[in-house]
Ligand binder design. Structure first.
Ligand SMILES: *Cc1c(COP(=O)(O)O)cnc(C)c1O
Length: 433
């Protein structure tokens, strides 16, 4: 060992604000020293001290095949040798757009960008440009990246015009953003009654992964779809996390199974579609997408958009996850992981519950599954933080905050799951009472 995580963290804090390039990495919610990752392979990460961890973050979702998948590495290496960036169209961008539209019904066209933030921001601009309206609804606890107009959290009660949650966002910038409680049908109806004719869109995380793991209920989603259609507002699914992660067709395929004829008007993707490279996308019907430059008046652009190496990485990843049986196996592993953790809690006398869909999961130190953000925030934070560190000490790397979802990859083995369950039993034994 030439250095320690603590030494690196100290050095990082001198030249990078908080020592990190994305806040959650700093371990502020759970305390302690972030692990500086040196390398990764399959289901494992190794930190700067040579300690190995079973990885349940997977770069916050993209690494659905595990780290260093041979087909992905080959595609990326080959693409890099052919050129890192051209700023001109390539055939691979068409292939990726075709692959995405083939997997998501109703998505006739997509535009590729470089981050989920950029995709969500552009989707809102397009929805506004296409409808000629300004207002939008988002839900408390849903994260759509850090574009100004989307950085708003709800106040309590019914529809509140947004108060920015970040400094540096002027109130005028979020005055058109209406924030509602998640899974609350009557708040939704009241907001449409008041703002209906002015609503450009409603953006939602259909299976929310930025308040741990909370599903939109079927009655809520059914009503949301009907209200959007009745008022001419576009329903925008933010599937940056859930897309190609909870099912091959994303969360929208899950709701289409439960609600006949269900389909959002626009979708936003990221994370898995880049396979670990900076790549994201937004799309919808040809009619809506025709408002986008150079066809229409809604401007959107990017120097590195559709980057040839990133598209190679995304394509190779999508090809692997589209193979028969991929999601069945991933779903079974993820269910078994969550069941084992929750069972370990229950046998230690600790109230716990959990849920999962495809390769995305959540667990709570709480009796029942929360349905909204305030309830997630009432779950036992102290216990979560001690459990997190107990697991980390035992070589299991969970998300360092109770409001984050977790991810299983195809590389996780039955032995990895068993080792995780054993670690959970040990860590939880000390947390009862
Ligand atoms: C991660 C995430 C984003 C933002 O994506 P970035 O690539 O981090 O900008 C947006 N929406 C959801 C649902 C996400 O999970």
């Amino acid at each position: 060992m030439t250095t320690t995580n603590a030494a690196l963290f100290e050095r990082a804090q001198r030249v990078i604000p908080g020592g990190v390039n994305s806040p959650v990495r700093a371990f502020r919610a759970v305390g302690g020293t972030p692990r500086f990752i040196a390398r990764a392979q399959g289901a494992y990460l190794w930190d700067a001290e040579g300690q190995r961890y079973i990885d349940y973050i997977g770069s916050w979702g993209p690494m659905i095949l595990g780290h260093g998948h041979p087909a992905v590495l080959e595609a990326v290496t080959k693409a890099a040798a052919d050129g890192l960036s051209f700023g001109a169209p390539t055939e691979r961008e068409i292939e990726l757009a075709e692959a995405i539209s083939a997997l998501v019904p109703g998505l006739e066209q997509v535009r590729l960008v470089s981050s989920g933030t950029e995709a969500a921001m552009s989707a809102i601009r397009l929805a506004r440009g296409a409808t000629g309206r300004s207002r939008m609804i988002k839900f408390e606890g849903c994260y759509h990246g850090h574009a100004d107009a989307l950085l708003v959290k709800a106040g309590s009660g019914l529809a509140t015009f947004g108060n920015p949650t970040s400094a540096g966002v002027p109130p005028e910038v979020v005055q058109h953003t209406i924030v509602l409680p998640y899974n609350d049908v009557s708040a939704l109806e009241a907001a449409f009654a008041e703002h209906g004719p002015h609503l450009a869109c409603v953006m939602v995380e259909p299976i929310a992964g930025n308040m741990n793991f909370v599903r939109a209920s079927v009655p809520f989603m059914t009503r949301l779809r009907a209200l959007c259609s009745a008022h001419g507002a576009l329903l925008v699914f933010d599937e940056v996390m859930s897309g190609f992660r909870v099912a091959l067709g994303g969360a929208q395929s899950v709701y289409a199974r439960l609600i006949p004829g269900f389909r959002p008007d626009m979708s936003v993707f990221g994370k898995v579609i880049g396979g670990g490279m900076p790549l994201a996308a937004f799309g919808g019907s040809r009619d809506v997408m025709a408002h986008l430059a150079p066809l229409g008046p809604v401007y959107q652009a990017g120097t590195l958009s559709g980057n040839p190496v990133a598209t190679a990485c995304g394509l190779a990843t999508l090809r692997e996850i589209a193979k028969p049986g991929f999601f069945e196996a991933l779903t079974a592993k993820t269910q078994s992981l969550v069941e084992g953790i929750v069972a370990a809690g229950r046998s230690a006398g600790i109230p716990m519950c959990g849920d999962s869909e495809g390769g995305m999961f959540g667990f709570f130190f709480h009796q029942n599954l929360p349905q909204d953000y305030p309830t997630v925030m009432t779950t036992d934070k102290e216990r979560f933080n001690r459990f997190f560190h107990g697991m980390l000490e035992r070589g299991v790397y969970l998300a360092p905050a109770l409001y984050e979802a977790g991810f299983v990859s195809a590389a996780h083995t039955t032995e990895d799951l068993a080792a995780t369950h054993q670690a959970a039993r040990e860590a939880l034994a000390g947390l009862a009472g």
